[in-house]
Design a protein around this ligand. Structure first.
Ligand code: PBG
Length: 326
């Protein structure tokens, strides 16, 4: 036999062959597009550190949702920037809160989009922490009560999926119980099961105006050095009733995505967060990288690691690029 017998390059010779043997097929149907809802009408403020991403009033969110749906993206994730913040984050569970009104407006527009909502208090509290603070510490069980009320009010407004991102212990179980008790047994829970205390959330805190006013989130979000702990967190959330779980951020945590995928059978998502988006945008603007190529490479990597769905600010751009590639 002539040397070498195996020539892997045979299967790389044309786009046709490469397409045929491609192991990971990135699809628009796996994207969830995060959006920031703010008060007012006709408001559309671009987030400085996240070019292409806006704080938008509910009417604008509806228009954007039409575009998202037309692009084939199946779901959005809503974050609220309330009119006023207080110690308890009480706007988060108000029937007339910012997210609740946005959900109703999207529903009224008769869109087919899956509406998921971020359930957390950091955007709603005056101190910017993800829970009720007493004696300088975030109180777990008191916070869980408020989160359950917030999730219920999102479900009442018409959310299909509630996504708790606070990292309090026992919140998934409490939310499940509260939803069921009030007849929302069909509302799904996507838990931010393994959410790390990450520097990659920087731009988001500008977008959501949710930076903590003192201290940091190390007392509730996970230590970036821990992977086994993520598996314990995921196991707990599934036992408490999470329908889907998420690892966040994505790029620096692909080993965790892969380990969670391997170990559990529920759908697994990865959140390609604000800082990951901002880095790509900044480098692309400087002409240092090819944005289209790098973005699809990142999203393919996240899918290859095992994510069934990806929450990403690139969703609309990526949807357009994927369409162009067909
Ligand atoms: C709220 C929340 C955060 C993000 C999602 N939900 C911020 C944080 O925990 O500080 C980050 C999203 C992103 O960076 O894109 N707790």
């Amino acid at each position: 036999m002539t040397f070498p017998a195996m020539r892997p390059r045979r299967l790389r010779r044309s786009e046709g062959i490469r397409a045929l043997v491609r192991e990971t097929r990135l699809s628009v149907s796996s994207f969830i597009y995060p959006m920031f809802v703010c008060p007012g009408t006709g408001v559309r403020n671009e987030v400085a550190s996240m070019p292409g991403i806006f704080q938008q009033s509910a009417d604008q969110v509806v228009e954007d949702c039409r575009e998202v749906e037309a692009l084939g993206i199946p779901a959005v994730l809503l974050f609220g920037i309330p009119e006023k913040k207080d110690e308890r984050g009480s706007e988060s569970y108000s029937a007339t809160g910012i997210v609740q009104r946005a959900i109703e407006a999207i529903r009224k527009a008769k869109l087919k989009l899956v509406i998921a909502t971020d359930v957390c208090l950091c955007e709603y509290t005056s101190h910017g922490h993800c829970g009720i603070v007493e004696n300088g510490e975030v109180q777990n069980d008191a916070t869980v009560e408020v989160l359950a009320a917030e999730a219920l009010s999102h479900a009442r407004a018409g959310a299909d999926v509630v996504a708790p991102s606070d990292m309090m212990d026992g919140r998934v179980g409490a939310i499940r119980q509260t939803l069921d008790l009030h007849g929302f047994e069909q509302t799904a829970i996507l838990s931010y099961a393994a959410k790390y205390c990450s520097g990659f959330y920087g731009p988001f805190r500008e977008a959501a105006q949710s930076a903590p006013q003192f201290g940091d989130r190390r007392g509730y979000q996970m230590d970036p050095a821990n992977a086994r702990e993520a598996l314990r967190e995921v196991a707990l959330d599934i036992a408490e009733g999470a329908d889907m779980v998420m690892v966040k951020p994505a790029m620096a945590y692909l080993d965790v995505v892969s380990a969670v995928r391997e170990r559990f059978d529920v759908p697994v998502g990865a959140y390609n967060v604000s800082g990951e988006y901002a880095m790509v945008k900044a480098a692309a603007r400087n002409g240092w990288i090819d944005e289209h190529r790098v973005t699809l490479e990142i999203l393919t990597g996240v899918a290859r690691a095992g994510a069934d769905f990806i929450l990403t600010y690139h969703a609309k751009d990526a949807a357009r690029w994927l369409k162009g590639a067909q």
